[in-house]
Every structure is written in C-alpha cells, then in structure tokens.
Design a protein around this ligand. Structure first.
Ligand code: NAD
Length: 499
C-alpha cells in the first residue's frame, strides 16, 4: 500500500474489504496533483458492519487484563519506530506535510503509545474510608463499549493516536473514520497495531466522506462514545446529533491562536517563534499562530525583520529537505485561504508579504501559498476573528498589556496562546488571564508534548482533554464498589452515629 497508486480498503474484523457497493474516490497529491491512490468510499452499511465487528470483539478485549492490552501498544510503538520513514513519506505525499514534520507527527504517536501502554499498569481507581464500621469503598474503571473516532487530515497519525491508544488500553473497541484527505498514513498507523497483535475487530476502519461515513458513525445506536477532531461547525453538528442520543462526546475543534509580544521581549526570539508558529505545516495546525498582537514600539522594532524573514521562506516539495512551506491540502483550501486575504486587502488591511497565488512552473501546479503577513488588521474584522488554516498571519497593534489580553480573548476560540516578555510577573498574569487550554511563555503556540493534556476552551472544545493523563477519565466508566464485611445490615446516611 505504500507505493502509489494503491487501492485503500476498509478494515473490518480481520480483513481488508471494499465498500458494499465497491465505490472508491481518488486521492491526489497536493504537491503536484499526481494520483496517490484510490480509497474505498464507505456508506452507512459499511459502518453497520464495522460497528457489529467492534461489538463482537468487545467482550474478549474488555476482559483482557489492561497491562496485556498495554503490551500490544508497546509492540506497536516499536513497529512505528521501524516504519517511521515509510509512513512519513506516505503522509508527505498524500497531504503535503514536510517530511521532517511528518516524522514528528509519527513520533507523537510513538510517544503516546508508550505512555498509553504504561497506563495499562495504572488506570487508577480511588479508595476512601467508609462512614460505617467494617465496610470499605473504592472505585474502578470499566471499559465503555464501541468508540466512534472521526479525525481531521492535518495530523493524520498523531491526533488519531491521542484518541485510539487511550481508548484501546481502557478496553474499548473502535470504529475509525480517518480524514478523506489523508487516509493512507492513518491506515499504516493502524497496521502497526494489527501487526503488534491487536485482535480482530478491536480496531476497524471505514474510509469515506464526512457526511456519509462520519454521520453514520455519529448516528449509530451502538457507538456509545464519540471522539472527534475537526472544525467547530462539524463538531457542533456531531454534538447535536450525539447529544440527543445521550452519547459521551469529546470535541477538539478550531483555533485562532494569538502571540502577544511585549516591548521588553527578546524580539529575535519572538520573530523565530512567530515564523515557526504561523508558517510551520503551512499554517495548517489547529494551534498555528494566526494573530500577532504587538504592544507599543515592539511593532516598529520587529515588523521589518519579520516580513523579510517570511518573504525568504522557501515554498516547495515537502519531500525536499530545503523546503520551508509545503502545499496546502487542496485547491478548495487554497481558494478559501486566498479569499480571506483578498477580503482583508479590500477592507484596507496592509499586505506586507505573500498574498498571491504563485505561478512559478517549478511548483508544478500544486496547491502552494506563500507565507503571508497582513498588518494593521482591525480588531473585530473577519481576519482578526476567523480561523484561516493557512500560512496567513494577522498583525494587530495594542497599546498596553491589558489591551493585548483583551484582543487575545475576543475571538470565539481558545486553543493555544503565547506571550513573549522578560517580565515574569506579566508572564504569569497572562497565563492566568489568557482564555485558552494551552499557554506558552517565550515559545510559539505550537509544540504540544504527548504527556501533557491538550485541548481548548470556548468554541475549541467541550471540556475534555487529550494527551497525558487526561483521556483515561473520558474513555472509562467509573464504578463505585462498597464491600460490607460486618455481617449485619448497616444503613448509610441514617442513624449510624448511635454507637
Ligand atoms: P472537518 O470538520 O471538515 O473534518 C474533520 C473530520 O470530520 C473529517 O474526517 C470529516 O470527514 C468529518 N466530517 C465532516 N462532516 C461530517 C459530518 N457531517 N459528520 C461526521 N463527520 C464529518 O475539519 P477539517 O477541515 O478536516 O480539519 C480542519 C479543522 O480541524 C480546523 O478547524 C482545525 O483547527 C481542526 N483541528 C483541531 C484540532 C484540535 O485538536 N483542536 C487538531 C487538528 C485539527
């Protein structure tokens, strides 16, 4: 499957299978439009088969000791390490991520596999003293059932691993729909789990489109848990449908992440961080820096160098190690990004660099877009408020620390944020006041580590976290156990203080 063009099938039970109606869709490289492969286009009937397979596997998997489940994850991590370059090449080909970053995407899954595998020996419950004599109470964690996983294309391996690996070690079974733009690297990630000994039916994949396969997973009565990463609009619709069915739902959605630069900051460091945060992965990260809020004269002292550095960023093939900005994922995505830029310019915003669709023949007709900086962006304007998801940085001026925090917080999203300052008091005040699930001090808005919780507030999330120790609450049901070893009827809550 690693050599294009390939045919990517669903994986249900122990077999790779086509869609019930044999439908497929084309997967083309965003770098040059070449055919990467054909992918099975699933429908509700394929989801039914996959959910039935996951249900059938649940009893045996959920009663497998958690440390044994964890050992499979350790073996998968080792296989992923050995296959990292191969999977990274497929990822770069299918969705345009630079090879170095694609390796990092897979490394995140490897780290998560080791972390989640070791959680098999923890999955702690709690104990507390009973209010009665000769009685004890404690909690333990129970697997829930079938988890429906729906993921975005921009982290085709890392983000699914944050959901799938904790869900597995907790004893659940899974039906996963990878993003239609990047299904092949995800399938290779799953292959490592199957090759590591994951029993048939425990992890099933149905490829296809969101409105077809994704919607069927959401509406299926037997997917008790839904774990989604993607846009806020789709997340909201999943919450509506899944909420009516009383499902447990975790949503990781969009961002509009600010970097605040104070006048006392190390401006060279801030420029390095803003360039990496705004233009790494061509700005197609949920945590990408999309707003630079510059306080006072930091603006005049940094904007020139920032723009010069952005102008020199090299667009090109993600497989070429000298490339700094790869292509956008699709023609539609590039048109959307360019639309934001054109409307901002029409509104009077100053274009400092980029902002034009490249025409050089060397870029081979791929969906490239240059590093773009728009200055003097007006608070409350479309570019100041909406997620662009491309290499576009909106620069907004502020007169004070308080105003910068106010600007940072006035968007509907709240994923990541950052402040550059040498003033420790101000940094810590910002940590408390910035409305986001993640805040960096003197570092860019991107760079999550696998062993820390990840997620956002406001329209970015619905209160859950992935990464680190956080997802094990989400993927288990707590059971409270009381054991009365008094040999007599003891009644809690009433008349138990007589003796
Ligand atoms: P998207 O919402 O269009 O698609 C995400 C997934 O949902 C895809 O697999 C898609 O097929 C599926 N889907 C689409 N419509 C559906 C429906 N009606 N029912 C069920 N599933 C459906 O998002 P995208 O454009 O692929 O990804 C970009 C978005 O993802 C950005 O907003 C980005 O910020 C966000 N994202 C968030 C995080 C995070 O952790 N917060 C991480 C990565 C990406």
């Amino acid at each position: 499957m690693t050599n294009p063009p390939f045919l990517l099938l669903h994986h249900i039970g122990s077999a790779d299978v086509p869609s019930d109606n044999s439908a497929v869709f084309e997967l083309r490289s965003p770098t040059d439009g070449s055919l990467v492969g054909h992918v099975s286009r699933g429908a509700a009937i394929d989801v039914d088969r996959a959910v039935a397979s996951a249900r059938a596997a649940f009893d045996a998997w959920s009663t497998t000791p958690a440390p044994v489940r964890g050992e499979i994850l350790f073996r998968a991590a080792t296989l992923l390490e050995a296959r990292k370059d191969t999977i990274a090449a497929v990822m770069a080909k299918e969705m345009g991520k630079r090879l170095e970053e694609a390796r990092g995407d897979i490394q995140e899954a490897i780290d998560t596999a080791f972390y989640a595998g070791s959680e098999g020996r923890r999955l702690f419950g709690r104990t507390a003293p009973s209010e009665l004599r000769d009685k004890m109470g404690f909690t333990l964690r129970r697997p829930i059932g079938v988890v429906g996983v729906i993921t975005a294309w921009n982290f085709p391996v890392a983000v699914p691993s944050w959901k799938i690996l904790p869900a597995l070690v907790c004893g659940n079974t899974i039906v996963w729909k990878p993003a239609e733009e990047a299904p092949a690297s995800g399938a290779l990630f799953a292959q490592a789990l199957w090759d590591a000994g994951l029993p048939p039916g425990v992890l099933n994949i149905v490829h296809g489109l969101g409105e077809e396969v994704g919607a069927a997973i959401v509406a299926h009565p037997d997917t008790q848990v839904l774990a989604f990463t993607g846009s806020t609009s789709v997340g909201r619709s999943i919450a509506e449908t899944g909420g009516r069915l009383l499902k447990r739902i975790s949503l990781e959605m969009g961002g509009k992440n600010p970097v605040i630069v104070m006048p006392d900051a190390d401006l060279g460091l801030a420029i390095d961080g803003v360039l990496w945060g705004a233009f790494g992965t061509a700005g197609q990260r949920c945590t990408a820096t999309s707003r630079l809020i510059v306080v006072g004269d930091a603006h005049s002292r940094m904007i020139g160098d920032l723009v010069e550095r952005a102008k020199s960023m090299r667009l090109g093939d993600p497989m070429d190690s000298t490339t700094e900005v790869g292509p956008l994922v699709s023609e539609a995505q590039r048109a959307r990004v360019h639309g934001f830029v054109e409307r901002a310019i029409a509104d009077g915003t100053t274009l400092r660099c980029g902002g034009r669709i490249p025409t050089d023949a060397s870029l081979g007709g791929g969906w490239f877009y240059p590093a773009t900086i728009l200055d003097e962006v007006v608070r409350g304007s479309e570019l100041a408020m909406s997620e662009v998801f491309g290499p576009v940085l909106a620069v907004i001026r502020a007169d004070s620390f308080d105003e910068a925090i106010e600007i940072a917080n006035e968007v509907p999203y709240g994923l990541s944020s950052s402040i550059y300052t040498r003033d420790i008091n101000q940094a810590i005040r910002a940590v408390h006041r910035l409305q986001s699930g993640i805040t960096y001090v003197n570092a860019p808005t991107i760079g999550a580590e696998a062993h820390f919780p990840f997620g956002g507030v406001k329209d970015t999330g619905n209160g859950h976290r992935e990464g680190g120790w956080a997802p094990y609450d989400f993927f288990t049901e707590l059971k409270t156990v009381y054991i009365d070893y008094s040999g007599a009827l003891q009644r809690a809550q009433i008349d138990n203080r007589d003796d």
